[in-house]
Design a protein around this ligand. Structure first.
Ligand SMILES: C[S@@+](CC[C@H](N)C(=O)[O-])C[C@H]1O[C@@H](n2cnc3c(N)ncnc32)[C@H](O)[C@@H]1O
Length: 256
């Protein structure tokens, strides 16, 4: 449903020539005014965001979903994972709205998924989305500072779109991004604080043939300089081939 117009999303094309008047027109004017005055992203005004064709409830407790990992999950990371059935356990670290955890659960229908976030407010939003997709029987939300609350569990696939905006970029953030939780964006001086922790701790939580897939924004050069021995594979996305890396569990032995 296109909530701004009260028209089913699939019916929008058929209504393109129809003049917008009356209550829907007033609703659009009101939305446009709020958008201009508050500079809040439209997703927050509508309480919905779309990622890889899937709708998610959002509000200002989570960032607006836009991770490039979503499109990679669309084909089940087919270049790297021969058989979806081989992926039994998945962890989505820094889950926010739960969008990537949900897309992973859909891409790997036989998997069980843990979705962790340090923010209880974000997890409340994720719960709304897990319920909407009726995935509660195999997708578990966990309040956790990265791996802290996960004990000694191991996963076949660990995904993460962590906070990775560096301090300089945080200072220059446009108004729209300032509506998003700072905790979801700020990645320390060079943007890599959380990424470094994930690389350090992931070996203890990946199964023997496990894969780690992490989005890092614009920090490829800094990351490769910091970990010259790690054989990163850079995955092609709509943003190019320097925003999402993949490592095998065995690769992480070369860390440092
Ligand atoms: C960039 S958002 C990603 C949200 C979601 N995965 C997505 O792609 O839209 C990063 C998330 O990491 C969470 N976060 C920040 N620090 C964390 C930590 N130390 N442990 C777990 N989650 C953390 C934030 O609360 C936020 O929800």
């Amino acid at each position: 449903m296109c909530s701004a117009l009260g028209i089913a999303f699939d019916d929008l094309d058929a209504t393109l020539d129809r003049p917008v008047e009356g209550a829907p027109a007033r609703r659009l004017e009101e939305l446009a005014s709020r958008r201009i005055e508050s500079r809040a992203p439209l997703a927050y005004l509508l309480n919905e965001a779309w990622l890889d064709g899937h709708r998610f409830y959002v509000d200002e407790r989570v960032i607006v979903p836009r991770s490039h990992i979503a499109a990679l999950l669309g084909d089940g990371l087919a270049t790297w994972i021969e058989s979806p059935a081989s992926i039994g356990r998945i962890l989505d670290l820094c889950t926010g709205s739960g969008c990537l955890a949900i897309l992973a659960a859909l891409a790997f229908p036989e998997s069980r998924v843990d979705a962790a976030d340090v923010s209880s407010k974000a997890l409340a939003v994720a719960q709304i989305n897990v319920d909407a997709y009726r995935l509660g029987d195999r997708l578990r939300l966990v309040e956790s500072d990265l791996f802290a609350a996960l004990g000694d569990q191991r996963f076949d696939l660990i995904l993460s779109n962590p906070p990775y905006v560096d301090a300089e970029a945080m200072r220059r953030l446009p108004q729209e991004y300032r509506h998003e939780p700072g905790l979801a964006l700020a990645g320390g001086v060079d943007g890599l604080d959380i990424v470094r922790r994930i690389l350090d701790e992931a070996p203890d939580h990946l199964s023997a043939r496990g894969l780690l897939v992490v989005e890092i924004g614009a920090s490829r050069a800094g990351l490769e300089a910091a970990y010259p021995r790690l054989p990163f594979s850079w995955l092609a996305t709509a943003a190019g081939d320097d925003e999402v890396f993949l490592l095998h569990r065995a690769d992480l032995a070369c860390s440092g």
